[in-house]
Design a protein around this ligand. Structure first.
Ligand SMILES: Cc1cc2nc3c(=O)[nH]c(=O)nc-3n(C[C@H](O)[C@H](O)[C@H](O)COP(=O)(O)OP(=O)(O)OC[C@H]3O[C@@H](n4cnc5c(N)ncnc54)[C@H](O)[C@@H]3O)c2cc1C
Length: 429
């Protein structure tokens, strides 16, 4: 059996590792001109579902490297815009590390992608822009690329992200819904100089700032113990707001200085530390929060979608990438059953799709609810929210009940307790 994957992002690359570990032939076709040819963004959060997928799919060297270059989050703090702490939740409650794949890590995206590419050199093809696919009479699928290349497999996996061409051809109508909230991310170097003036609550773990309007901010430290070429410590500060409620303030198409000025305007009443952060940060990135419209169930076939190609979601639960990793983990299991004649292709892909539809719908709903909780500002709701967080801070059993993780769609599915069936982990260790 041969699998063709379109898209060498975090989902596609992890799937490729999982298949190779189980002896299944695979090739990945990626549009990027070469490794590291485009700006990939900042820190990404990886939680238990993603960690389990990486542990199962990556060779031991890759898994060890992921942990080495990651930053283990130790707390989550909720703050007001005036820098008053409402609640600090310990990482051991939120993200227990009671097994090797527990915890919650921040990983720098370019570093993560570099680690995921390592070991795939023979099967990963860059500068391969997928255009469309054809189904053969023998049931096989051929992917066609912009430069005339063709690649035929028994299965074609579309792991080509939010603007998936595989998805557009296979399941048209799965467009993205604009959630009306915009986000600007900036990066502040974390070094002795900035540590000297940064408050403790912003220089460890993750912090969420809830203000008196629709603007909210997510702050996340990236400070791995292992530094190396291209690995530097920083804090990601993301400022988001409801565009309509904020007089149509939309950073799209504006230059860096205009974007920074727009954020500065929105946070003018916040504690001065936030304006200093903004002033000393580099490289604003802007994006609209969007989510995939759910598709009605479809009949399984040798064309399969994975990750954002199937279920894009806003980053407000930090789970889009984790869900892509979870998909890769599950699909690698199911394709092994096909490769070893334990299941027919339609049953295996059907099992994958039923589970993915269920957990991704749950995760999208959580991400969208989180936006509503922060960006749909109402003074009453804000007051209640703060009172609730303060109460959690005072009453330990309530705090434990509300925050003990992994929660919601992050809870493990039964199959996630297993390793990949086709891998001999004792040999690989
Ligand atoms: C600002 C921001 C912060 C986020 N933070 C988090 C977080 O903390 N935790 C989390 O879990 N998720 C987070 N996410 C979501 C996460 O980034 C995505 O869900 C994740 O990258 C999806 O992985 P993927 O492999 O499906 O797609 P991608 O990572 O987008 O990879 C798709 C790949 O396909 C390639 N491609 C596209 N079109 C073609 C084509 N025609 N031919 C060939 N190749 C093609 C692309 O170049 C790309 O490499 C965040 C998203 C954003 C925007």
């Amino acid at each position: 059996m041969h699998v063709v994957i379109v898209g060498g992002g975090i989902g596609g690359l992890t799937l490729a590792h999982g298949l190779l570990r189980q002896g299944i032939s695979v090739e990945v076709y990626e549009r990027d001109r070469f490794a590291g040819s485009r700006f990939e963004g900042y820190r990404i959060d990886i939680e238990e579902m993603g960690l389990r997928a990486l542990h199962a799919c990556l060779p031991p060297k890759g898994w060890a490297e992921i942990l080495e270059v990651s930053y283990a989050d130790d707390r989550m703090t909720f703050l007001t815009a005036q820098m008053k702490t409402l609640l600090t939740v310990d990482g051991s409650l939120l993200w227990p590390r009671n097994n090797p794949t527990g915890g919650h890590y921040g990983v720098d995206r370019p570093v993560l992608r570099r680690v995921l590419q390592s070991g795939l050199e023979r099967v990963l093809h860059f500068d391969a822009e997928f255009v469309r696919y054809e189904r053969g009479l023998d049931g096989r699928v051929t992917a066609l690329f912009a430069d005339g290349r063709r690649a035929t497999g028994d299965i074609l996996v579309g792991a080509d992200g939010t603007t998936s061409r595989v998805g557009a051809q296979y399941l048209p109508g799965g467009e993205l819904v604009d959630l009306g909230v915009t986000c600007v991310g900036v990066k502040l170097p974390l070094n002795n100089e900035t540590r000297a003036w940064l408050p403790e609550s912003l220089s460890n773990g993750v912090a969420i700032v809830n203000s008196d309007n629709t603007v909210f901010s997510f702050n996340a430290v990236f400070d791995p113990t292992t530094k190396g070429p291209g690995i530097e410590s920083y804090i990601l500060h993301a400022f988001s707001w409801d565009v309509e409620a904020e007089d149509g303030a939309d950073p799209a198409g504006k230059d860096d200085a205009e974007v920074i000025a727009m954020v500065a305007d929105r946070i003018a009443s916040w504690h001065p530390i936030f304006r200093r952060i903004l002033g000393e940060s580099t490289l604003p990135i802007t994006f609209q929060l969007r989510a995939s419209k759910p598709r009605p169930p479809w009949k399984p076939s040798p064309v399969v979608l994975l990750g954002d190609a199937l279920h894009a979601m806003p980053p407000t639960a930090g789970r889009g990438g984790n869900t892509a990793l979870r998909d890769a983990h599950l699909l690698a299991r199911e394709l092994w059953a096909v490769a070893t004649d334990r299941k027919n292709l339609v049953d295996a892909i059907g099992t994958y799709e039923v589970d993915v539809r269920s957990y991704s719908a749950e995760t999208i709903a959580e991400s969208v609810n989180n936006i509503r909780a922060y960006a749909s500002y109402s003074p009453i709701r804000n007051c209640l929210n703060r009172a609730f967080l303060r109460t959690c801070s005072l009453i330990k059993p309530l705090r434990e009940r509300v925050f003990a993780g992994p929660r919601g769609s992050g809870a493990m599915r039964p199959w996630e307790n297993d390793q990949l069936p086709g891998t001999d982990y004792s040999k690989a260790a």
